[in-house]
Design a protein around this ligand. Structure first.
Ligand code: ZN
Ligand code: ZN
Length: 296
C-alpha cells in the first residue's frame, strides 16, 4: 500500500480513539464545551475516511469513462466535510443556546478534563508524526493535515482551561459561551475549505505566481516560434491543466513544430508537478499581439 495511504489509515485510527476519549469526557461532565470538542473530532474522523477514499480514487489513471482523470474526487470529500461542519456547528450552537438560558453545574469536571487532556496529548503526538513525514516526503497535503490537527490541539487547550475555570469559579455560563466560540471557529475552518473546493470545481485559474512562471517558461523555451496566445489554466485536485496556441512561421515543418512543443512541454513539466498540457500550433497570420506571450 502507498505510504500516504498508510498514514491516512493511521489518522483514521488515531481520530477514532481521540473521538472516543473526548466523547467519554463529555459524558463524565455534561459540559457543552467538551461536547463541542468531541463533535469537532467526529468531523476529523469522517473527513479522514472520506479523504482516504478520495485520495485512492483521484490517483486512478484516466479511463474511457473519465478521460480527463479522476482528480476532482478530492473535492467531493471536501464538500462532504463542509456539510458536516455546518451541521456540527448548528448542533453546538443549539446546545450552547439552551445551556446559556438554563446553565447546569458540571458533573465530575476534573475527571473529564483529564480524559480530554489525554486525548489532546495523543492528537499532539500524531500531529508531530504527520509533520515529520510530511516534510520528509515533501507532501503539502500531509503538512496541511498536521497544521489542521494542531489547531484542534490549541482549541482543546482553550476548552480545557475554560471548563477548568467554569468548575473553579462556578460561573456556569462560561461553558456554553466557550462552546459557541468553538462552533464559530469550526464554521470558519469549514468556509475556508469549501472556498478552495468551489474554486477547483469552477475551474479557477492557477494562482498568478504560477501563471507568471508558465508565461516565463513558454517565452524562454519557444525559440523559433513567433508568439503564444490564448493561454488558459485551471486546476483539479493536484493536477494543473495548461493550454495555449503557439504561432510559428508557416514554413516550419510539422516535425519541427512538434519538436518545439515537446521542448516547451519538457520545460513546463520540470517546473510544475502533475501537469497536463495541450498546445495548438498556428501559422503566423494567426498572430494577435495584444495579450499574447512574446517569445524572447
Ligand atoms: Zn490562436
Ligand atoms: Zn506529440
Amino acid at each position: 500500500m502507498d505510504r500516504t495511504l498508510k498514514l491516512a489509515l493511521g489518522s483514521i485510527a488515531v481520530g477514532a480513539l481521540v473521538l472516543g476519549l473526548k466523547y467519554f469526557a463529555y459524558h463524565l461532565t455534561g459540559s457543552i464545551a467538551l461536547y463541542s470538542d468531541a463533535l469537532e473530532s467526529i468531523i476529523n474522523v469522517a473527513t479522514a475516511i472520506a479523504a482516504f477514499f478520495a485520495v485512492r480514487l483521484s490517483a486512478e489513471p484516466p479511463d474511457a469513462n473519465h478521460p480527463y482523470g479522476h482528480y476532482k474526487a478530492e473535492y467531493l470529500s471536501a464538500i462532504l466535510e463542509g456539510v458536516m461542519i455546518v451541521v456540527a456547528s448548528l448542533s453546538i450552537l443549539r446546545e450552547a443556546y439552551h445551556g446559556f438560558l438554563a446553565p447546569k453545574p458540571l458533573d465530575a469536571p476534573f475527571e473529564g478534563l483529564i480524559v480530554n487532556a489525554a486525548a489532546s496529548l495523543i492528537n499532539a503526538a500524531w500531529c508531530a508524526i504527520l509533520l515529520r513525514y510530511g516534510r520528509r516526503w515533501r507532501s503539502p497535503a500531509l503538512v496541511a493535515d498536521a497544521k489542521h490537527l494542531w489547531t484542534d490541539v490549541i482549541t482543546s487547550g482553550g476548552v480545557i482551561i475554560g471548563v477548568g475555570l467554569t468548575a473553579m469559579t462556578g460561573w456556569l455560563q462560561l461553558d456554553p459561551l466557550l462552546a459557541a466560540l468553538v462552533a464559530l471557529n469550526i464554521l470558519w475552518a469549514g468556509w475556508k475549505l469549501m472556498r478552495e473546493s468551489i474554486g477547483g470545481l469552477m475551474d479557477e485559474a492557477t494562482p498568478p505566481e504560477t501563471l507568471a512562471r508558465v508565461r516565463n517558461i513558454i517565452s524562454t523555451h519557444a525559440n523559433g516560434a513567433l508568439e503564444a496566445h490564448d493561454l488558459r489554466t485551471r486546476h483539479a485536485g493536484r493536477a494543473t491543466f495548461i493550454e495555449f496556441h503557439l504561432v510559428v512561421p508557416g514554413t516550419m515543418t510539422v516535425s519541427e513544430s512538434h519538436a518545439l512543443c515537446d521542448q516547451i512541454e519538457a520545460a513546463l513539466h520540470k517546473d510544475i508537478p502533475d501537469l497536463i498540457i495541450h498546445i495548438h500550433v498556428e501559422p503566423e497570420e494567426k498572430a494577435k499581439h495584444p495579450g499574447g506571450v512574446p517569445i524572447v
